[in-house]
Design a protein around this ligand. Structure first.
Ligand code: FMN
Length: 130
């Protein structure tokens, strides 16, 4: 899902994309948009993602005005991407892109195409603003 989303985001001229499996709170500042991919486990987001946001908050990292989006694979409830968007919006005052993209379990070709489209739309929003 992340690779397809990044591919779609890269297809818009003027946008550069970095696909990261690990990022520090300080590095978040380098980007105009932060797109989080996250699965739902036990009706929640993963601990590493919570820790990233906690660390960013403790360090007073400002993400205000940056675009935020989220997507994720899920099995039956799929709360995690929405929880991420809530933190982005309410805690970090980011400009959140609704709605999160949810795909049940492993994406098929149609699911991957949705991811590409999702990434493309985020980049288009970004380019409209800048
Ligand atoms: C221990 C465990 C707990 C899970 N809890 C949830 C859950 O609360 N809600 C949900 O929608 N899916 C749940 N799932 C399903 C996962 O979100 C789903 O398998 C997803 O595709 C995992 O993505 P990943 O393979 O990228 O980690 C759970 C899966 C496992 C193994």
């Amino acid at each position: 899902m992340a690779e397809a989303t990044a591919e779609g985001a890269r297809s818009v001229q003027g946008v550069t994309v970095e696909l990261k499996y690990y990022i520090t709170p300080e590095e978040l500042v380098d980007f105009d948009a932060v797109v989080v991919g996250i699965p739902t486990y036990h009706h929640d987001m993963t601990v590493d993602m919570k820790n990233l946001f906690e660390a960013a908050a403790v360090k007073n990292i400002s993400l205000k005005g940056k675009f935020g989006a989220a997507f994720g694979s899920y099995g039956w409830s799929g709360e995690a991407p929405r929880l991420v968007l809530e933190i982005m919006k309410n805690k970090f005052e980011m400009d959140v892109i609704e709605s999160p993209l949810l795909i049940k379990y492993t994406p098929d070709q149609a699911g991957l195409e949705k991811c590409r489209q999702f990434g493309k739309e985020i980049s288009e929003r970004l380019m409209l603003q800048t």
